[in-house]
Design a protein. Structure first.
Length: 460
């Protein structure tokens, strides 16, 4: 639902009528208005006036920083009541973000008033935050295999009213705690009332382990078109389910992180405008300093060929052209391979196949640029007599160098993500600036080596 034009006015000027005024407004719209226009203390006061169920839904749409700030203005009793209404996975994530003293006081209150919720949070908190166990919810509907369709429908109604699970379109059939089948609500409703649900369930299920990486969970849900995927242990005991809305959050989070790393910086922990200036500088300075040190090698390479440049100054004119072409081709290749890795399209076993493919692609791309480069030099010489008597040798040097540099840049950009993953790091760390810096130095060596071979005894 689109934010109503007077929503922000309603939040600020009519706090006593909030329940009625905001009854039809989407929680995400309320969260946006609170974040945009209100101090956390004001937002906390407004949310306290909402029904606790609605406040819990709004809380799930607030930014991490805003959620923490709001709860810092509540007493433990209010926070515990609101947390008990949130989705299981959401409340675990929220509590983990709180300062230690506040977190302990809220958990103590939960253990006193909602021991089952506190125990569930303790169990979920034991899993890594970026694993299936860390993003799953324990709020699902489980039915026995011998239950008739008629009794199962009644049970679904009861559980949906009492527990308000995130997902009721998919039902899980469990025997002695073990997952034995999955049943859609549609099949249950259409089934013969007296028939056992085991007749209609699917026992060929897609499941994931609790320690499965969240990116792999996202790929699994996308591959099979699931609304949710069950999380099981080694004995097929049902631990929880990961729903598609949790996967959307994972995809956005991972995409943001990869984009920032590809830009040559550490990933931000908060939205851009919520990140402090000093924190922003810290996140960017490390990579920038490392890249600067790497670029110093370019100056070292240039100084190594100082005599050649002095004898043929015209060679220096094409240095930016050569190194930028190699850096651009390397950045292209790195971006393509990192994306393919993120989507699960390629694995380390494809290393040699990718190398052969990129070798051919780099050679062809280099040939295209070499033709353009030669035509440009010949045209400029014809029009302006720019390069002297050895213009053709210069054009040949640039053309051959472009083939070598672009081919090498493509290979380096495509192979570096594999090497980085093999070392146990995120392939996105093979950022475009990092690849460009690497190829700059090697590109100069290739260029002046070709120049020495072609122009030796002529200009050099």
């Amino acid at each position: 639902m689109v934010i109503k034009p007077d929503l922000r006015t309603t939040l600020q000027e009519e706090p006593d009528q909030l329940s009625e005024a905001l009854a039809e407004v989407h929680p995400g719209d309320i969260a946006a208005a609170l974040s945009d226009d209100m101090h956390p203390q004001q937002a906390a006061e407004v949310m306290q006036r909402l029904p606790v169920e609605q406040a819990a839904e709004v809380m799930e749409h607030l930014s991490d920083e805003m959620r923490v700030n709001v709860m810092e203005h509540w007493n433990p009793e209010t926070s515990a009541e609101m947390l008990s209404e949130m989705a299981a996975d959401e409340r675990v994530d929220l509590v983990a973000e709180l300062p230690t003293e506040l977190r302990e006081s809220i958990l103590s209150e939960l253990r006193r008033t909602e021991p089952a919720v506190a125990e569930d949070m303790r169990n979920l908190g034991a899993y890594g935050s970026d694993t299936a166990g860390g993003i799953m919810t324990t709020e699902y509907i489980a039915l026995g295999p011998a239950m008739s369709c008629e009794k199962a429908i009644a049970e679904v109604r009861r559980l949906a009213r009492e527990q308000r699970p995130e997902l009721i379109n998919t039902l899980y059939v469990v025997a002695a705690g073990k997952l034995v089948g999955v049943l859609s609500l549609r099949d249950l409703i259409l089934g013969e009332p007296s028939a056992p649900i085991s007749i209609f369930m699917t026992d060929n299920m897609v499941t994931v382990a609790a320690d499965t990486d969240q990116e792999e969970v996202a790929r699994t849900i996308a591959r099979y078109g699931l609304a949710a995927v069950p999380v099981v242990d080694a004995d097929q005991q049902l631990l929880g389910v990961v729903t598609v809305d949790d996967v959307v959050d994972v995809v956005i989070e991972e995409a943001n992180e990869d984009m920032q790393k590809l830009g040559g910086m550490e990933a931000l922990d908060m939205p851009y405008l919520d990140t402090g200036l000093l924190e922003m500088v810290r996140k960017r300075a490390g990579w920038l300093a490392a890249l600067f040190i790497g670029e110093m090698l370019t100056a070292s390479a240039m100084s190594h060929f100082e005599d050649e440049i002095a004898r043929a100054v015209v060679l220096a004119l094409f240095v930016p052209l050569i190194i930028s072409s190699g850096g651009n081709s390397g950045s292209q290749a790195a971006t393509l391979v990192i994306r393919a890795m993120a989507l699960g399209e390629v694995k380390f076993e494809d290393f040699w196949r990718i190398m052969r493919r990129e070798f051919l692609a780099g050679s062809m791309l280099g040939a295209i640029l070499s033709v353009i480069g030669m035509c440009r030099i010949l045209l400029w010489h014809g029009l302006f007599d720019s390069y002297g008597a050895r213009y053709f040798d210069i054009a040949l040097t640039v053309s051959i160098s472009l083939v070598g540099v672009v081919m090498w840049g493509t290979l380096a950009g495509s192979m570096l993500p594999f090497v980085i993953r093999r070392l146990g790091f995120d392939p996105a760390s093979a950022s475009a600036p990092f690849v460009a810096t690497l190829v700059d130095v090697s590109g100069l060596v290739i260029y002046f080596t070709v120049a020495a071979a072609v122009l030796g005894g002529k200009l050099l």
